[in-house]
Design a protein. Structure first.
Length: 305
């Protein structure tokens, strides 16, 4: 029977994580022969499996070793306002959905799909790329719900057509459900659901039956609702139960830990963080485009109009 493979790391990475210098400095210590592992002189390139009995010394002094942090899946619900782009950087200096999110160390936020620039509502972010990819993949058929204000004549025949299917330029499409939510005259609100996220699909479906969309808000992704009371431009991190719901929905193992603050502190932290983020982003958005552009790195333009 084969033994379990050892979990080794480069020695300079272990020591840098434990606060004993930068990787470059530690590489210098290794070249100078100043570091030993379990009594044996270490050299540059050595990999070590750290156990409770491992003894690493610098100039004969025993060093304390910090265990590597476990990668914890984090999920953020964000209320995207109209006018923000779903891209990390915009060469024209326009606001993006990443501007307000809290900064991370050793990880980054990945958007679960996109909303076009004129669409607002729930946008999920996660630190787990596999979770993001599975939630977006059409084969998973994760349901999305939108509140949509439409302008035009709505008939029973058009509603049937939208649920039975219409032919778009990139293939047939349909709504899973269409429900009337109120309105008068030619302006009416409907809630619609579908299980894929093609570019501008909701708008194109209505346009295919001669109806224009004047407002579009995503209110649900799977069973995750747009949090009540969350302001536009505000975010909130999901707890363990909701995170594991999303993971199980797409066949991933559940998490046992969360970085969400305990409930009594979470409300205070969330309110302060959201207030600061909204204020900061409002200040950025109000600056002239030329100044915003000068302060942002350029990147390839990626938008969904």
């Amino acid at each position: 029977m084969s033994s379990k493979p050892q979990q080794t790391e480069k020695l300079q990475k272990i020591l840098a994580r434990s606060g004993h210098g930068s990787r470059r400095e530690i590489e210098g210590f290794l070249k100078e022969g100043r570091i030993s592992v379990d009594g044996k002189m270490a050299t540059l390139g050595d990999r070590v499996e750290v156990t409770t009995s491992t003894k690493i010394r610098l100039d004969g002094r025993l060093l304390t070793i910090r265990e590597p942090e476990k990668d914890i899946c984090r999920v953020m619900a964000y209320y995207k306002p109209e006018g923000e782009l779903c891209t990390r950087h915009d060469p024209e200096g326009r606001p993006t959905v990443f501007t307000r999110l809290p900064k991370l160390t050793g990880a980054r936020w990945i958007a679960v799909g996109r909303l076009d620039v004129n669409t607002s509502g729930l946008l999920l972010f996660t630190t787990d790329g596999e979770l993001a990819n599975r939630l977006m993949h059409p084969s998973r058929e994760v349901e999305r719900e939108y509140a949509v204000r439409v302008f035009g004549e709505i008939t029973d025949a058009k509603i049937r057509q939208l649920t039975m299917g219409v032919q778009l330029e990139d293939g047939p499409a349909s709504f899973k459900t269409v429900s009337f939510r109120g309105g008068e005259g030619m302006n009416q609100w409907y809630n619609v659901t579908l299980t894929e996220g093609r570019n501008r699909e909701v708008r194109r479906l209505w346009e295919a039956v001669g109806v224009q969309v004047s407002r579009l808000i995503r209110v649900r992704y799977g069973d995750i609702d747009l949090p009540k009371g969350l302001p536009r431009g505000g975010w909130t991190e999901l707890g363990l139960e909701q995170t594991n719901y999303l993971r199980e929905l797409v066949g991933l193992s559940v998490e046992t830990e969360s970085k969400v603050a305990v409930e009594r502190d979470q409300r205070r932290l969330k309110a302060n963080q959201i207030r600061r983020a909204v204020k900061r982003h409002t200040q950025v958005a109000s600056r002239p485009a030329s100044k915003r552009q000068a302060s942002r790195p350029t990147a390839k333009k990626r938008t969904r109009a």
